[in-house]
Design a protein around this ligand. Structure first.
Ligand SMILES: [Zn+2]
Length: 151
């Protein structure tokens, strides 16, 4: 589901010329027996003038958001690396949790960096956000291809 939403968002971002920038690309390879898996996560960052519609929806001032491999940040925060870092932390969370991202928040994972979120020091927010440990089995990728290799 998240893949479909991400692909639709990417198409809309390009159609409406929102100047999304390719921020980073993660590529993964896995060979298990005769199954080869290739994964690709191009992370796009888009700066927008306004997120008023989201502010109204959320009932608070939103500086940016992430959804899967897509990050959207208000232009006024372009020179604040901690806002981008916060949203990139969410990208790592999405890559670790996939479609379970929202449920994980409800189950108690500190996805936003409480108690500092939303009005505290953003560096403390970023430091307290849940991040997947190195051993975490990342399972969501924007592009995930499997091939059978003839043996
Ligand atoms: Zn956040």
């Amino acid at each position: 589901m998240l893949n479909l939403i991400n692909i639709i968002m990417l198409i809309l971002m390009f159609v409406f010329n929102l100047n999304s920038n390719l921020h980073e690309v993660s590529v993964g390879f896995s060979l298990q027996g005769s199954k080869l898996e290739l994964t690709l996560d191009p992370v796009f960052v888009c700066y927008v003038d306004s997120l008023d519609w989201l502010n109204q929806l959320a009932g608070e001032s939103i500086l940016g958001f992430a959804l899967g491999d897509i990050v959207v940040v208000k232009k006024q925060c372009k020179n604040n690396p901690f806002v981008l870092q916060h949203e990139l932390n969410h990208v790592k969370q999405y890559q670790a949790l996939g479609d379970y991202f929202q449920i994980a928040g409800l189950l108690g994972l500190n996805l936003e960096g409480y108690p500092y979120y939303p009005n505290g020091d953003i560096r403390k927010i970023n430091a307290t956000m849940w991040k997947p440990p190195d051993w975490w089995p990342f399972h969501w990728h924007l592009i995930d291809l499997e091939f059978q290799i003839a043996q």
